[in-house]
Write a protein that binds this ligand. Structure first.
Ligand code: MG
Length: 387
């Protein structure tokens, strides 16, 4: 009975949705039915702390844990999971996410075919709070995919194997640690990402080159302050097998970044300079491409729109992440088929992942074939609507 009712809900919503939105391009036509489920969506959450395998240092910050909030939306016997990852430099906390989630009332909505409408409501609750919004968006996508009975890469009509190799990130550290992390990556990854913008970038690159010839991506995290020096460094790095550069200079220094990009022999990607869909257009001609992160752009719906807009503007696109469980990483893995670069090692850098989902295969993060975002909760966590 349950199954019949679910198919019924799905068919009726699909009919409305196929007309209203291009969200489900893989679905051709369905019969329109008149009734939908009267069940109400219930949102709950739980705080969780990720333990990093290594102390992580980027230009200006160092840490060993990342706080997160996991979310769950229950509806019609199904559960959709989501996540807000909260690295301290982005400004959201477990308390601020909980405060935001308490304001989210999904009882007036039905999920299927209404992601756009629901996320428009969620986005309008308060400015900012992008990770909190992403936690709702991801759980909603997981739920809707489960109602549909398909993973999102299939719903989007994507090939899950047509994805770029994921980078494995090496933070700013001593030669010894850098070499150890490089050895840890060998045989598992086909490209490494090096955090630069510290006092001795050339030494970092040379330490890695003493271990491997794998291609390298570099992320300066705004750490290079002078355009001429940045350009010299990029030319030096290109000679040593670096293939792309992320956020070379301070995020607001767009004039210098535009000139740097024009002269750079390597593609230059925006990370700190970009947050949401509304930022994409003004970065055309400034950067070669953009780094899309679910936690900064409110989740999968807006990430998909950013991807489409950037490609339509002739820009390159990569997908990035925070330190996250396999929940948020699996969500990202559902929409990066065909992208230029990927940095989806977030769940591989932690020791207490509580989800089973997308997996590293031959250097690529491949989503599972489970419906929704393709995850199973493996920990014993209690979700509630309390602080
Ligand atoms: Mg970055």
């Amino acid at each position: 009975m349950k199954q019949n009712r679910r198919q019924f809900i799905r068919s009726s919503a699909l009919a409305t949705m196929a007309l209203a939105t291009p969200l489900f391009p893989a679905i051709a036509s369905v019969k329109k039915l008149s009734k939908i489920s009267t069940d109400k969506m219930k949102l709950s959450w739980t705080p969780y702390d990720l333990q990093l395998n290594h102390t992580f240092t980027i230009s200006g910050f160092s840490r060993t844990t990342t706080p997160i909030i996991l979310t769950k939306i229950e509806y019609d016997g199904l559960e959709g999971y989501g996540e807000a990852s909260l690295p301290p430099y982005l400004g959201e906390t477990q308390a601020s996410v909980i405060e935001f989630l308490k304001k989210v009332d999904l009882s007036a909505f039905t999920p299927y075919g209404h992601i756009e409408e629901i996320m428009s409501y969620v986005d309008g609750i308060a400015v900012g709070n992008t990770a909190a919004k992403a936690a709702v968006d991801i759980a909603l996508h997981d739920l809707v995919g489960k109602i549909e009975g398909a993973p999102w890469y299939k719903i989007r009509g994507l090939d899950k194997y047509d994805v770029p190799d994921t980078t494995f990130t090496i933070g700013i550290d001593t030669d010894e640690v850098v070499r150890e992390k490089t050895r840890e990556a060998l045989g598992r990854f086909n490209i490494l990402k090096v955090k630069v913008g510290g006092p001795d970038d050339k030494r970092m690159i040379e330490a890695i080159r003493s271990e491997t010839d794998l291609p390298l991506a570099v992320d300066a995290n705004q750490g290079w302050k002078d355009r001429r020096q940045a350009l010299d460094m990029i030319f030096w790095m290109k000679e040593r097998g670096v293939v792309m550069v992320e956020q070379p200079m301070p995020k607001q220094d767009l004039d210098n970044i535009a000139r740097l990009t024009e002269e750079s022999p390597l593609p230059v990607f925006a990370d700190e300079s970009i947050q949401r869909l509304s930022d994409v257009e003004r970065l055309k001609g400034v950067f070669s491409g953009i780094n899309i992160k679910l936690m900064k752009c409110t989740g999968m719906l807006e990430a998909w729109k950013m991807r489409k807009l950037a490609y339509s503007l002739g820009m390159k696109v990569m997908i990035g992440c925070m330190t996250e469980t396999s929940c948020a990483i699996s969500a990202a893995s559902q929409l990066y088929s065909g992208m230029d670069f990927a940095d989806l090692d977030g769940a591989l850098l932690i020791g207490n992942d509580c989800f089973d989902g997308a997996k590293l295969e031959n250097g690529k993060i491949i989503p599972s074939d489970q419906p929704g975002i393709g995850v199973k909760l493996s920990g014993d966590l209690r979700f509630s609507r309390k602080g």
